[in-house]
Design a protein around this ligand. Structure first.
Ligand code: HEM
Length: 416
């Protein structure tokens, strides 16, 4: 049953600004059955309370074996190429008790403390990237800044040697460029990445270091360890889940700031005074206002259930629309206004429940460092094109810009 009067979804206009359509759905069809561009039928959940409940509902499985249209959907849900490359056993595809076991093991290695100790390296990377285009007075902030920062950061953290990081950059580039398009190249990149990671894990096992891959190998819980395959799948999902998301946080976040001079000025002044409070709430607000993950990853009903009064059948896919929930006026005052100082902000940008983003501390670190450094070092940064000319990527799960051309005249040197 599809709601006939619902606005068109998944068009180019929708990609440029999906928020009016989401407002309509929240109001008139808060749990809405639709046909996705891939042909798969799915439910969209758009109100905040329903979204939060669905994200934490144990009857909604992450495992695609529960999808009623399995054969039809083969290759249409999940990460392209992951099936063939045997990377399926990652956190976003599994349920308890396997999920509990893997998440406990990875949490012992990927700790907030490890992330905090990584902060100086993120600052260094950020400055190096700005240095690479500073003399030109213009840049494409997606390709020259938002894209390389997370990939180099996660490679460093995992312990991928510097000389191999450009391969990762290429594979990741293939995945982000063709995420919703031709799948052959993506599948090949995923395979190469997996082969590389397995070999790296092998080498690290022989000589453990301080890096995250070594920590994953070392991690044990009641005598249990990750298998090599599980460690490879874990490294892969850290890369995959932490890459395009962070690109979009930096891209969407900078774009939102450049479009709102008042809010941008507030943040720039605050950062200039060396304060961190507004910077912290600003990143949370940017995650709420125009977050990187538009729809949470796939969930499938393992039994009949009701969400927002609608009956969901066994095997039906359910997509929680984080971008819609985070603008629900029933939960957020003035939801369409960017308010960097917003305090009451329990946004769902990092999800909710047992699959809550494992990389949130790293994402916050990268987002805060990137925005603060950009505003400090390029104080008159501005958009170099009309916003109408900007194009958004057409993928289903993520929301992000293809390019973000900017210009500036002043460049400040790195402080200290
Ligand atoms: C899960 C968002 C960055 C690793 C998630 C989920 C969301 C999310 C919404 C839950 C998906 C669901 O329930 O369907 C984001 C955003 C990021 C970001 C907005 C950047 C701004 C990162 C980073 C890493 C990471 C940097 C790691 C390096 C993960 C992992 C999961 C996850 C491993 C799966 C957790 C589980 O299933 O237990 N993320 N993420 N994310 N994220 Fe992030």
């Amino acid at each position: 049953m599809t709601d006939a009067s619902a606005p068109a979804l998944f068009t180019w206009e929708f990609a440029a600004d999906p928020y009016p359509a989401y407002a309509w759905l929240r109001e008139h069809a808060p749990v809405h059955r639709t046909t996705l561009p891939s042909g798969v039928e799915a439910w969209l959940v758009t109100r905040y309370p329903d979204a939060r409940q669905a994200l934490a509902d144990a009857r909604l499985s992450k495992n695609p074996v529960h999808h009623s249209e399995r054969a039809h959907a083969k290759g249409k849900v999940g990460i392209p190429g992951e099936r063939s490359a045997d990377l399926m056993t990652h956190l976003l595809n599994i349920d308890p008790p396997d999920h509990t076991r893997l998440r406990r093991l990875v949490s012992k290695a990927f700790t907030p403390r490890r992330v905090a100790e990584f902060a100086p390296r993120v600052t260094e990377l950020t400055n190096r990237l700005i240095d690479s285009f500073a003399a030109r007075g213009e840049a494409d902030l997606i390709h020259e800044f938002a894209f390389p920062l997370p990939i180099y950061a996660i490679c460093d953290l995992l312990g991928v040697p510097a000389e191999d990081q450009d391969d990762f950059r290429d594979w990741a580039g293939m995945m982000i460029r063709h995420g919703g398009g031709p799948r052959g190249g993506v599948a090949r990149s995923v395979k190469k990445m997996r082969a590389y990671l397995l070999e790296l894990i092998h080498r690290k096992r022989a000589q453990l270091g301080d890096d995250l891959i070594s920590a994953l190998i070392r991690a044990s819980d009641h005598g249990e360890h990750l298998t090599e395959n599980e460690a490879a799948a874990m490294a892969f999902i850290l890369l995959f889940a932490g890459f395009e998301t962070t690109v979009n946080l930096i891209g969407n976040g900078t774009y939102a700031l450049l479009r709102d001079p008042g809010q941008r000025r507030l943040l720039q002044d605050s950062v200039g005074r060396g304060e961190t409070d507004l910077l912290a709430t600003a990143v949370e607000e940017l995650l709420r206002y125009d977050g990187p993950v538009e729809l949470a990853t796939w969930r499938f009903a393992t039994e009949p259930l009701t969400i927002g009064g609608r009956s969901i059948g066994t095997g039906d896919p359910v997509l929680v629309v984080l971008a819609a929930a985070d603008r629900d006026p029933e939960r957020f005052a003035g939801p369409d206004t960017l308010d960097l100082a917003r305090r009451d902000n329990p946004h769902l940008g990092f999800g909710h429940g047992i699959h809550y983003c494992l990389g949130a501390p790293l994402a916050r670190l990268e987002g805060q460092t990137a925005l603060a450094t950009l505003l400090t070092r390029l104080p008159d940064l501005q958009l170099a094109v009309d916003p109408e000319e900007l194009r958004w990527r057409g993928g289903l799960i993520m929301r992000g810009l293809r390019t973000l051309p900017v210009s500036f005249t002043a460049v400040r040197d790195v402080a200290n």
